[in-house]
Structure formats: C-alpha cells, structure tokens
Ligand binder design. Structure first.
Ligand SMILES: NC(=O)c1ccc[n+]([C@@H]2O[C@H](COP(=O)([O-])OP(=O)(O)OC[C@H]3O[C@@H](n4cnc5c(N)ncnc54)[C@H](OP(=O)(O)O)[C@@H]3O)[C@@H](O)[C@H]2O)c1
Length: 328
C-alpha cells in the first residue's frame, strides 16, 4: 500500500511516499480502507517536531480517517467488513490503517467520507471546550477567533447546536464568508486596529465565551471584551506566539481563563473519545449539529496541502481524499 512517512522532522516536502505491506488486523483490531484523511495545524507542527508530542522517528502522519472496514481481527465482534467507519489512529495518511475497533465508529448516514474524517479531532475539541469546560448555555454569545479554520468552524457549529449566538473573527472577506456559511450570526475582521469596537457592536448583550485557537496579539483584546462571568478558552496558538495576559485582567473582568487540551484529556481517559464522538453523532442525526463544509484535496496533494495549512491559507478543515472517497 502507499503511505506517507516522516523519516526526519522537517517541512512538508521532506515527507516521503513509500510502498509498505498492507497491515493485518490482530485481536480486536479492524483494518480500514481509508477513503479520507483529516489533517490539522497539529499535523503540520508534528512533522516538524514542533508539537508537544514528538513521535519517535520514523513515524506515519495523519490520525483522522474515514473509510470502510476491509478486514477484522479474530477477536473483533463489533464491526464487520463493509461497515462505513471513521476514527482515530496513527498513520492515517495511507491506503489502509489498522486500529482497535474501540477507536472506530460508525459513520452517520448523512455524512460523506470527507465530512466524517473532519469530525475526529476538531468536533470533540469544540464540544469538550464549550460544553465541558465553559458550560455554555443557550442564549449566550461566543466569540470564535480563527473562525474559518478547522477548530474555528467546529466551534461555530457546536456553539450554534447549543443555542448560542456566534461572532466569528477572521482575517479576510472570504474566510468570514465561510464562517457565516457555517452558521456564525455576525463576523468581525480582527486584523483591524478598532476591531473591539466592531465586536462591541455585534454583542449588545455582552460576550460570554471566547474560543481561541490563534493566540498572539488578538487574545488580550478578546479577553478584555468579556462580560463578567466570561470564560476564555485557550485552545491553541496558530498565530505562532503565546499571549501573556496580566492576571489582574481575570480579576477586573471577573472572568476565567480555561485551558482546553482535548488531546491530553483523551490520552488520559481513552474511553472519552467514543463517548464524545457518540454525542456528536447523536447531535448530527438529530439535525442540531450541522457539520461545516471541508476543504477537500486529492491525497496526492499532501505536500502543498500541508504547506497551505501551515501558512493559514486553508479555509475549513483540510481533508485529503483518496480516489474512491466521497466528498467535495
Ligand atoms: N487544544 C486542543 O485540544 C486542540 C485541538 C486541535 C487543534 N488545536 C490547536 O488549535 C490551533 C488551530 O488548529 P486548526 O487545525 O484549526 O488550524 P487551521 O485550520 O490552520 O486554522 C487556524 C487559523 O488561525 C489563523 N491564523 C492566524 N495566524 C496564523 C498563522 N500565522 N498561521 C496559520 N494560521 C493563522 C487563521 O485564520 P485567520 O487568517 O482568519 O487569522 C487560520 O484559519 C492550532 O494551534 C492547533 O494546534 C488544539
């Protein structure tokens, strides 16, 4: 099978495509014929050795997949060949992946492969952040920074599913249009010096939650815009710099700074992935969670796709599709 391999940490063009044996599922594992692989900013950091988790080399990038079960191990009784699934396993940027059946979930009927692959990391991150860390309530207002990115769009969709109002901050007209299309009620251009004024105009009843996967210079003005009781969700630093907030702000604004590390939480409690994706599937089936459109590219374009991801040029979740995969 064809698989992408990272032999030394470096930029996307240092990855190699190799012919490797098709893996055999053991025990409770299943083998999935991959149709679509989700990628995120984390993957771009990881191949360069810049993420907090540095996999031993060589390693195979990509962890989010959707596809069809192709074979099952002798002790697997929950899935069968032909089942459409999505899930999480290392080495998903390949024709086949083997993983324990417990990390593989039935694809909701309404979703194509590309949309299913987009769910695996960003939607649990958004749900964990907004529901479990921020206790988001219907009627509250959420500001999503980097709103057209993978985490940003998942946060918009999730906040809307909980009955919140969403203001989306993004850097270009095209990105703000994507955020609007994903359900944002209003948008602001956070590259403008007076963007807090525009934000204030969008939030006549106050701002309750900030979802921040960007960091850098936009974090502090966003924090200062919170109403009393506000929650600021620290999700990531795609902007490249880690903001330093004076702690007196938390006191003056009577607001909380909450670290949202879904990756760490799900490594500490592996059973949470299934619970979270189960909740997400239920919301999709009920029609309350509308999965945002993805940015789909052919799997052969993995180098430019990862370069564009790292350069902030992708709108929406990046998904690489193999020839038999479905999705636009
Ligand atoms: N905490 C967790 O559990 C968790 C889970 C998943 C991801 N993350 C983190 O969340 C962050 C976002 O991930 P993502 O997959 O959503 O990324 P993404 O799809 O690339 O989106 C990131 C957004 O950040 C903005 N941005 C600002 N400065 C940027 C720069 N210098 N380079 C690239 N983007 C820049 C861009 O929007 P504008 O152009 O509109 O500014 C872009 O749309 C990453 O730091 C990732 O590590 C955390």
């Amino acid at each position: 099978m064809r698989a992408i391999v990272c032999e030394a940490y470096g930029p996307p063009d240092s990855l190699t495509e190799q012919d490797l044996p098709v893996p055999e599922p053991k025990g409770t594992e299943v083998r999935v014929r991959v149709a679509a692989t989700g990628l995120g900013f984390v993957d771009g950091l990881m191949i360069q050795g810049l993420y907090q988790v540095r996999p031993p080399l060589p390693y195979r990038p990509g962890s989010e997949f959707a596809g069809v079960v192709d074979a099952v191990g002798p002790d697997c009784s929950t899935l069968a060949p032909g089942d459409r699934v999505f899930g999480n396993a290392p080495g998903a940027l390949a024709d086949f992946v083997c993983t324990d059946a417990a990390r593989c979930f039935r694809t909701p009927d309404a979703l194509d492969d590309a949309s299913a692959a987009s769910l695996v990391v960003n939607y649990p991150t958004a749900l964990y952040g907004l529901r479990d860390c921020a206790n988001l309530e219907a009627g509250e207002t959420v500001l999503v920074l980097g709103a057209s990115g993978g985490v940003g769009l998942a946060a918009i969709a999730t906040a809307r599913a909980f009955g919140a109002r969403v203001v989306a901050a993004a850097s270009t007209d095209a990105k703000r249009a994507v955020a609007k299309g994903a359900g944002a009620n209003a948008t602001v251009d956070y590259t403008q010096p007076d963007w807090r004024d525009a934000l204030r105009a969008c939030c006549p009843d106050g701002l309750n939650v900030v979802c921040d996967p960007v960091g850098g210079d936009v974090a502090e003005p966003a924090f200062r815009s919170l109403s009393p009781g506000g929650r600021f969700l620290v999700i990531g630093f795609a902007g490249g710099t880690i903001p330093r907030l004076p702690l007196n702000l938390a006191l003056l604004k009577r607001s909380s700074i909450v670290g949202v590390d879904w990756g760490g939480e799900s490594r500490a409690h592996p059973e949470l992935l299934g619970q979270m994706l189960g909740d997400i599937s239920t919301m999709i089936d009920a029609g309350t969670l509308k999965v945002a459109p993805v940015s789909a590219r052919p799997a052969t374009d993995y180098v430019t796709a990862l370069e564009d991801q790292l350069g902030g040029r992708i709108t929406g979740k990046l998904v690489l599709i193999r020839p038999h995969g479905t999705g636009t």
